[in-house]
Design a binder for this molecule. Sequence first.
Ligand SMILES: *[C@@H]1O[C@H](CO)[C@@H](O)[C@H](O)[C@H]1NC(C)=O
Ligand SMILES: *[C@@H]1O[C@H](CO)[C@@H](O)[C@H](O)[C@H]1NC(C)=O
Ligand SMILES: *[C@@H]1O[C@H](CO)[C@@H](O)[C@H](O)[C@H]1NC(C)=O
Ligand SMILES: *[C@@H]1O[C@H](CO)[C@@H](O)[C@H](O)[C@H]1NC(C)=O
Ligand SMILES: *[C@@H]1O[C@H](CO)[C@@H](O)[C@H](O)[C@H]1NC(C)=O
Ligand SMILES: *[C@@H]1O[C@H](CO)[C@@H](O)[C@H](O)[C@H]1NC(C)=O
Ligand SMILES: *[C@@H]1O[C@H](CO)[C@@H](O)[C@H](O)[C@H]1NC(C)=O
Ligand SMILES: *[C@@H]1O[C@H](CO)[C@@H](O)[C@H](O)[C@H]1NC(C)=O
Ligand SMILES: *[C@@H]1O[C@H](CO)[C@@H](O)[C@H](O)[C@H]1NC(C)=O
Ligand SMILES: *[C@@H]1O[C@H](CO)[C@@H](O)[C@H](O)[C@H]1NC(C)=O
Ligand SMILES: *[C@@H]1O[C@H](CO)[C@@H](O)[C@H](O)[C@H]1NC(C)=O
Ligand SMILES: *[C@@H]1O[C@H](CO)[C@@H](O)[C@H](O)[C@H]1NC(C)=O
Length: 597
Amino acid sequence: MRQSTSYIMVLWSVIVASIMGFILTEEMPHPFPMSLCNGVNIEDATVKELQHLMSIGQLSSQDLVECYIKRINQTNEFLRSVSEVNPDALSIASALDQERNERGIRGPFHGIPFLVKDNIYTDDKHNTSEGGLVLLGGRYSSEATLVTKLRAAGGVLLGHAALSEAADHRALTNFSDGYSTRVGQTRNPFNLTQATSGSSGGSAVAVRSNQAAIAIGTETHGSLVHPSANLGLYTIKTTPGLVSRHGVVPGSYYHDTPGPMARSMTDVAIVLDIIASPDHRDNLTFNALGKIPLEGYAAALGTSHALRGMRLGLPWNPYWSTAGNINAPGLREQYESRLQELKAAGVELYNITNNPYLHQIANPYGFGQPAHTPEEYNQLISYKTLLAVALGEWLQNWTFPETDERHGMSTLAEMASWNDEHNATTGALGNGTWWYNTESGQDFYDIAIATNGSLNGTFWKAFGWGRRIARQAIDFGHTHAFENGTVIELDALLLPNNPNGGFDNGCASVPSYAGYPVASVPIGQSKWGMPIGFCIHGREYSEAKLIKVASALENLFRWNAVPQWHNYKTAEGPWDAPWPGYACSQESLDSYACERS
Ligand SMILES: *[C@@H]1O[C@H](CO)[C@@H](O)[C@H](O)[C@H]1NC(C)=O
Ligand SMILES: *[C@@H]1O[C@H](CO)[C@@H](O)[C@H](O)[C@H]1NC(C)=O
Ligand SMILES: *[C@@H]1O[C@H](CO)[C@@H](O)[C@H](O)[C@H]1NC(C)=O
Ligand SMILES: *[C@@H]1O[C@H](CO)[C@@H](O)[C@H](O)[C@H]1NC(C)=O
Ligand SMILES: *[C@@H]1O[C@H](CO)[C@@H](O)[C@H](O)[C@H]1NC(C)=O
Ligand SMILES: *[C@@H]1O[C@H](CO)[C@@H](O)[C@H](O)[C@H]1NC(C)=O
Ligand SMILES: *[C@@H]1O[C@H](CO)[C@@H](O)[C@H](O)[C@H]1NC(C)=O
Ligand SMILES: *[C@@H]1O[C@H](CO)[C@@H](O)[C@H](O)[C@H]1NC(C)=O
Ligand SMILES: *[C@@H]1O[C@H](CO)[C@@H](O)[C@H](O)[C@H]1NC(C)=O
Ligand SMILES: *[C@@H]1O[C@H](CO)[C@@H](O)[C@H](O)[C@H]1NC(C)=O
Ligand SMILES: *[C@@H]1O[C@H](CO)[C@@H](O)[C@H](O)[C@H]1NC(C)=O
Ligand SMILES: *[C@@H]1O[C@H](CO)[C@@H](O)[C@H](O)[C@H]1NC(C)=O
C-alpha cells in the first residue's frame, strides 16, 4: 500500500514537474526555490550565461537587479549574507540597459549585478562598515579602485555582503566565524547549523544561494579560499598587490588581497581581467608591473584536454596525511577517486613526501605554525603589528561628521575603546560553547594595539623568516627530482580544501605567509552534505597558470549542487558545529582543529 502510494506520488511529481517545465535532477526539493526571472530560470546562472541572456534580449540588467533583490528579500532573513542593498542599483541598471541598446556593450561585465564584501568602500548612498558599528557612518576619501573599475566595465553594484566582523581581525578566540554586530550570524544554506567559514562567508553564501551571480571578497589568511570551499565556489586569492587594495579596510599591507568568488573559473577570470592592474594609490601594485599577461587571464582558461601531461605535486605531509580534515569519515576515499580521475585524464601526479621547509612552517593541521616554532618566528607577530599600522593609516582618511563623537578618531586603540564603551563587542550568540565571546570580543585588537604598530627589528625578523621559509616550502614543492638526478618543474600543487565541521585546513597559511596565490575548485560533498574542494598552490604571480589548472579541473569534474537548507528553522544553535563524532576543545583549537570524540 505504502509502496504504491509513493509510486503514484513520484509519478505525479514527475508529471507536475514536466508540465511546469522544470528539469528533474537528483536533488531533493528544498524550501526556498528561486522564482523564474521574467520567465527565465537564472538559478545557478554564471556571469557568462547572464550576459548571453541579455545579449539575446531575454533579460535586461533591470530584470536581473529586480530578481536578485527579490531573492535577497526571500532568503536573507535566514542567511544574513547581504548587509545592504544599493538604493541606486535599479537606476544604474536602467542606464546600462539604455546604453546597451544605443551603443552596445562595454564588455563581458556590462549589466551584471555584483556584490562586494562590506569592507570594500563604495562612494554612494550605502554604508561600508566592515560589519561593525565603530566605522558605521564614516566615509573614505575615495572609492575602492576595484569598485570603480567594475563600474567602468559596466557592472551594477547591487550591495554589500556581510562578513565576519572586521574580517576576522577583531577577535582571535571565542568568536563565531560569520558573525558581525551589524548583521548577526551568516549561515550556510547547505546546512544552517554548519559554518560559512570566515571571513568572506557572506559573499560566498550570497553567490551560492543566488542572491547574486558573483561577489568580491578579500583574504588576509584564508578568507577567500575557505568560504569558497565551504559553499562550493571557485575563487583565486592572488599575489598581494596584483589587485589594488585602495579603499578596502585593511588587515595587513603584505597579506591582504581582494578577489572574485564565483560559480565558474570563467567568471573568476572575467572579473580578474577587470580588477588586476597597477594603482598609484596602492604602491604594492607596482610589483606586479610586467607580471600581468598582456592577453589577460581569460586567455588562460583551459579545457579538460589541458590535463594531458600536466604535472601536479601532492604535498603529502602534512596536507594529505593529517591536515585538511582528510581523515574525517568518507573523505579520503572521495579525494582519492578524484585523483584517479585526474590520472585517467593524463595528469602526472608527483608525491612530495619530504619537504624540508614545510614542516618548519605548517603544523600537522596545515593551518598555523607548528608548536615547535621558536617564539621569535611566530607569524602572529607580523599580523598583529601590520594590523595596527594598517588601521592607523586607514583612519587618516576615514572621516565622521563633525557632530559625531568619533570625529577625529585616529588609532586602533580609540576604535577598541569606542567598542567597549558602546558594548559593541561580539555578542554572546547562544549557548556558552567555545566559539562565543566571554571577554572583550577584541583580543586581536588588544594584541595589535600593544605593538604600537612598531615595524621594529622584532617584527622584521618574524615576518622575514615566515616569508622566506613559506616561499622555500612552495618553491621546493614545485620541483621533483628523479632517481637519475633529473629535476623537473611542476605546474602547481594540489591540496584538499575542506574547512568544514569545525576544522581549519592547510590551504591558506603557507601561501599567506609567502604572499603566493591559491585557487580553489569545488569537487564534491562530504557525508554531511557540505561542499569540499581542491586548492591549488602556485608561485608568485602564477595566476594565469593557476587559472589554467583550475579551469581544466572544473571541466573534468563539473561539480555543482543545490543547497538543501537543512535546519533552516533552527533559530538558535551551534553555528560552527563539529561534525558528528568530533569535538572541539580549547586545547584542540589551539592547534586549529577538532578531534574525534
Ligand atoms: C524587497 O523588500 C523591500 C522591503 O520589504 C521592499 O520594499 C521591496 O519592494 C522588495 N523588493 C522586491 C523586488 O521584492
Ligand atoms: C546606513 O546605515 C545607517 C545607520 O545604521 C542606516 O540608517 C541607513 O539606512 C543605512 N543605509 C542603507 C542604504 O541601508
Ligand atoms: C574563551 O572561552 C572559554 C570558555 O568560556 C574561557 O575559558 C576562555 O578563557 C576564553 N578565552 C578568552 C581568550 O577569552
Ligand atoms: C607604500 O604604502 C604603504 C601603505 O600605504 C606605506 O606605509 C609605505 O610607506 C609606502 N611605501 C612607499 C615606498 O611609498
Ligand atoms: C605518497 O607517499 C606516502 C609516503 O611517503 C604514502 O603513504 C602515500 O600513500 C603516497 N601517496 C600516493 C598517492 O602515492
Ligand atoms: C587620503 O586623503 C588625502 C586627502 O584627501 C589624499 O591626498 C590621499 O591620497 C589619501 N590617501 C589615500 C591612501 O587614499
Ligand atoms: C553597556 O552595558 C552596561 C552593563 O550591561 C550598561 O550599564 C551600559 O549602560 C551599556 N552601555 C551602553 C552604551 O549601552
Ligand atoms: C618591537 O615591538 C615589540 C612590540 O610589538 C616589542 O615587544 C619588542 O621588544 C620590540 N623590539 C625591539 C627590538 O625593539
Ligand atoms: C607603546 O607606546 C607606549 C606609549 O608611548 C609606551 O609606553 C610603550 O612602551 C610602547 N610599547 C611598545 C611595545 O613599544
Ligand atoms: C630520468 O628519469 C626520468 C623518469 O624516468 C626520465 O623521464 C628522464 O628522461 C631521465 N633522465 C635521464 C637523463 O636519463
Ligand atoms: C547539519 O549539521 C548538524 C550540526 O553539525 C548535524 O548534526 C546534522 O546532521 C547536519 N544535517 C545533515 C542533514 O547532514
Ligand atoms: C542551551 O543549552 C542547554 C543545556 O545544554 C539546552 O538545554 C538548551 O536547549 C540549549 N538552548 C539552545 C537554544 O540551543
